[in-house]
Ligand binder design. Sequence first.
Ligand code: PEP
Length: 250
Amino acid sequence: MRQPLIAGNWKMNGSRDSIKTLLDGLKAGIDEVKTAEVAVCAPYVYLADVQSQLSGTPIAWGGQNLSTEEKGAFTGEISASMLLDFGCKFVIVGHSERRSLYGEDDALVARKYAVARTAGLIPILCVGETLEEREKGIMEEVVARQLNAVIDLEGVTALNDGVIAYEPVWAIGTGKTASPEQAQEAHAFIRKLIAEKDASVADKVRIQYGGSMNAGNAAELLAMADIDGGLIGGASLKAEDFLAICKAAG
Ligand code: PEP
């Protein structure tokens, strides 16, 4: 059985005060979450606060990005070892905002995945097509290309150490969720693609859905056979909404 993972992606949101309120709310309700593993991915500057507030709770935390470099003259960058220094378990790699706004291509994302897993972090690898690509009928081609970049660099067993997040770009932050059937179709495609290389990796790897998942639509998405949790943006910023999604998993 794959344990669902519900991870919040706070993006560039929050303040020390608002994060304290959010984490107090999550800590107050986390005991009611019976099945899912729960994590929050915070802006770098708040990781120390998150670590001190979540240590000793069942809620894990992580970063939203990392450098491929270990240390040195890379102004503004953060390394895997720095994330580990603040107790991070997870790190998001290849989020569509990093791909589209900061020019991260498949090769760079694959290197980030490799650096994260080698360091002992669990990379959450985001893949997904744009609206234009979906309308052209090339969703599978795009997702396969993004995934194969990691498999070609690291071998398919590298997926044993990570999590995949299928995030159709047209559904991120737009309020337009993929239907459970659309999401399941993409997740099943991803699992089949991996199974063609290694059935046991495909069976074990967790594939989250991301894209306007919220308290109202989570249960039907999470009920689909190949959806093993969610990567949650907007709805992870309110404790009540995020906990409702966590409870809907499993
Ligand atoms: C995301 O940023 O990964 C995401 C899924 O955002 P939202 O839930 O706001 O669509």
